[in-house]
Design a protein around this ligand. Structure first.
Ligand code: G3I
Length: 454
């Protein structure tokens, strides 16, 4: 049973986090325990989420449980590369947007999953390599993070980039073969596109202290020391019939690096220990102040990718299992910590500051995400005191540099001085307002751009 101090601090935490939940904490008689996963997690300022599938949102049992129990959602497949960019440069957000809208309608957090992963790449990306793949990957990060800008609580920017086994090193993949810095390039691009989203690295078999998790730990420590923008680490926690004895200690050592930690894809094989393992994971998160929430990878056993293992909290008919009760009880028993307010992380390099024009006309400000041999440029076009009905921007590339693609503008030429003209939908810009376009290239990028009304 909660003592009154805990109940009070729990309520304060709810107020502090602004948690909006379908059900609230029941405070009648002795039963001062919350009755849903989301509400009970909110008592300590945390979320409790589920991975969901757009194709199941028409299932009444599924959506009833979702709306009642959960305070965060993750798209199981709908925001992955193959789903969002099925052919190069053609972005499809229909199903990702359905997940976003579902989350928003619940007042839930939305975790974005996943910007770059060696699996579930569209076939066109699988056949690319080198700088073409690097450019395509960074463009993908920029475009998708921009589409969801301001709406995503945390992005899994890079998923599963470390090798299994004892090496502690990176997994071989087409992305890894573009250069070891592909992960930091992705994080920088994500930060520039959506400065408000927490940026996570996410992996499996990293749930205890082992060679793989230590490889990730060393990367995070390196990123923090060099100012590469990373805010959180996701521990998938696809567990079998046991949990590493150092599960909590492993979360804590990452938290001590100055990042949030999140349990991102929890499921546990059904067996004698399922309920206990679920409770242990929950207690470990509650005991680590920077563990901000838990997500289970599906709702009912029948929704799980682990066919036949019945690894979730609700059975095939949507009934609560013993594992559900053990999680709820653990959440209501509370922990010793509430999530600390994460420090404000600096956004990515702002566009080079070009003052808004004082008269008519326009200005253009370039922001670059560069790596060895290439870059992605985002250009913000701002109208002066008169509205624009069309614009052209010109940049001068350093010798040897070339444009390899552009979006939201058409370019004339690919090297030397290159002009970009608005496309149909972004030529009209109200006085003082802005629009953005972008391009990617090899070699060095331009430092400045000039804009002309047309
Ligand atoms: O939607 C198509 C359907 O039209 C087609 O008939 C059918 C035939 O195979 O495939 C369906 O797509 C499947 C999709 O799930 C939706 O069910 C894909 O084949 C299948 O590969 C895909 O599996 C997903 C898997 O990631 C891909 O590797 C699982 O749903 C999803 O749960 C799983 O999630 C991953 C996380 O993203 C990362 N961590 C591990 C986790 C579990 O593998």
């Amino acid at each position: 049973m909660l003592n009154s101090r805990r109940a009070r601090s729990g309520l304060l935490a709810m107020v502090a986090t602004g948690a909006v939940l379908a059900t609230s904490v029941a405070l009648s008689g002795n039963a001062d325990a919350a009755t849903t996963l989301g509400a009970s997690a909110a008592q300590s300022g945390r979320y409790f989420g589920a991975a969901i599938a757009a194709g199941k949102l028409g299932d009444a049992t599924y959506t009833r449980i979702l709306n009642t129990e959960f305070s965060a959602v993750t798209p199981e497949n709908e925001m992955k590369w193959d789903a969002t960019e099925p052919s190069q440069g053609r972005f499809t957000y229909t199903n990702g947007d359905r997940i976003l809208q579902q989350g928003q309608s619940m007042g839930a957090k939305v975790r974005g999953h996943a910007l770059l992963w060696h699996q579930q790449q569209p076939s066109w990306a699988q056949s690319l390599s080198g700088s073409a793949l690097r450019s395509a990957a960074i463009n993908h990060v920029t475009q998708v993070a921009t589409h969801y800008k301001g709406k995503i609580y945390a992005w899994d920017v890079v998923n599963e980039a470390f090798a299994d086994g004892g090496s502690g090193g990176r997994r071989d993949s087409n992305l890894q073969r573009t250069g070891n810095d592909w992960i930091e390039a992705a994080f920088r691009a994500a930060r520039a596109a959506d400065p408000a989203a927490k940026l996570c690295y996410n992996d499996y078999n990293t749930d205890g202290v082992n060679a793989k998790s230590t490889g990730v730990y060393n990367m995070v420590r390196d990123f923090k020391s060099r100012g590469v923008p990373i805010d959180c680490v996701g521990f998938q926690s696809h567990l079998g019939t046991s949990i590493p004895g150092d599960y909590q200690a492993n979360l804590q050592r990452f938290a001590d690096l100055g990042v949030d930690v999140q349990i991102t894809e929890l499921d546990v094989a059904q067996g004698g220990n399922q309920a206990n393992i679920y409770a242990s994971v929950t207690k470990a998160c509650l005991a680590v102040s920077r563990c901000t929430g838990i997500t289970v990878w599906g709702i009912r056993d029948s929704d799980s990718w682990r066919t036949g293992e019945n690894p979730l909290l609700f059975d095939n008919s949507g009934n609560k299992k013993a594992a559900y009760t053990s999680v709820l009880n653990a959440l209501n028993a509370g922990g010793t910590t509430t999530p600390t307010t994460p420090p404000t992380t600096p956004p990515g390099t702002p566009p080079s500051s070009t003052p808004p024009p004082s008269g008519a006309g326009c200005t253009a400000a370039v922001s670059l995400n560069s790596w060895d041999g290439g870059y992605v440029a985002t250009v913000r076009v701002t109208a002066g005191s008169s509205a624009l009905s069309g614009w052209t921007v010109s940049v001068t590339l350093p010798s040897g540099g070339a444009i390899t693609g552009a979006w939201s503008a058409t370019n004339s030429g690919t090297s030397g001085t290159v002009g970009f003209r608005n496309v149909d939908y972004n030529g009209n810009v109200a006085a003082g307002a802005s629009t953005e376009f972008g391009f990617q290239g090899t070699g060095g990028g331009p430092g400045t751009a000039t804009c002309q009304a047309s």
